[in-house]
Design a protein around this ligand. Structure first.
Ligand SMILES: [Zn+2]
Length: 294
């Protein structure tokens, strides 16, 4: 039986296929839709397989491809979280307890900063391990496992998906649900890699975003078009991110072991400045953050 995938965004069945190997233990096929440019991993792992990926080992670093345990570097991460929440606050222009939903809220670090800044925080986290922790931090009725169908329409002022959308098996469904549960003028914040950035294009299949946990990959224009099609009116792309260099430099100190590590600031600064170089659909790096207003 041959099973041919459908593009999540446009339902096209026409694509190019690329292969990537991770040593002997994982092999993945990356499909690129010929019609809309969306890229995806296929076959997509089952929900059960995905859930198993986000266990304790995912955060510990013991797995070959693991994610940081943000609790160990709360202070350093909070520089970036604060910069982001301040920007969001200015953007929504609302002072009275705005409701924020962070999808992929991990241990709840960003949400606890949002709460400090006057937001009413909610989170979605598939990992039992990090969700249990953040529930203790933010309250029993604040962090949920599933997003689709969970909230009533027009409930949130802000929804954030920070390096989350690439992990989803059905990103279109999520964007539609975000649109539904956002209030009028509410904003959706998405941080992911622009697969059309020169950085991603040059590195091809070796680009670091192609890892087993990532299921979909988005050229900026493809994602922007989809957001508008779903109904978002004002879609703005910030490159490299929506805040300045300083919070990034301060955050980077979390990995520093000696004063010599401060030389890394040159590299980080150079990368950040390169991120500003873009023109229409061309950009030098692949860093981007999208703010889409309902
Ligand atoms: Zn497509």
């Amino acid at each position: 039986m041959t099973d041919s995938p459908l593009c999540n965004f446009c339902k096209s069945k026409s694509y190019k296929v690329y292969e990537k190997k991770f040593g002997d233990y994982y092999f993945m096929n990356i499909y690129k839709c010929n019609n809309c440019g969306l890229m995806f991993q296929y076959p997509i792992p089952s929900i059960e397989q995905i859930e198993k990926m986000y266990d304790k080992e995912y955060y510990g670093g013991a797995k070959v491809l693991s994610y940081e345990d943000e609790r160990k570097s709360f202070k350093f991460n909070s520089y970036v979280w604060k910069a982001r929440i301040k920007k969001i606050k200015r953007y929504i222009n609302k002072t009275e307890k705005p409701k924020i939903l962070d999808i992929g809220s991990s241990f709840g670090g960003f949400l606890s900063i949002a709460k400090e800044y006057g937001f009413d925080p909610y989170g979605i986290e598939i990992s039992d391990y990090s969700r249990n922790y953040s529930t203790k931090l933010l309250g029993e009725d604040r962090i949920f496992k599933n997003f689709l169908g969970k909230f009533e329409s027009e409930f949130f002022d802000v929804i954030t998906m920070i390096e989350l959308i690439e992990h989803l098996d059905d990103p279109k469904k999520y964007i539609i649900e975000c649109y539904k549960v956002l209030k009028k003028n509410g904003i959706l914040v998405i941080q992911t890699a622009d697969m059309n950035g020169l950085q991603a294009k040059r590195e091809g299949i070796n680009y670091h975003y192609f890892i087993p946990y990532h299921l979909h990959f988005f050229p900026a224009a493809t994602l922007t078009e989809k957001l508008k099609e779903i109904g978002f009116s004002n879609v703005k792309i910030f490159r490299p991110v929506e805040f300045g260099l300083l919070p990034k430099l301060l955050k980077s100190r979390r990995d520093f072991k000696s004063w010599k590590d401060y030389f890394k600031w040159f590299r980080i600064t150079f990368y950040h400045l390169k991120g500003y170089i873009h023109f229409k659909n061309f950009s030098l790096t692949s860093s981007m953050v999208i703010y889409a207003r309902k």
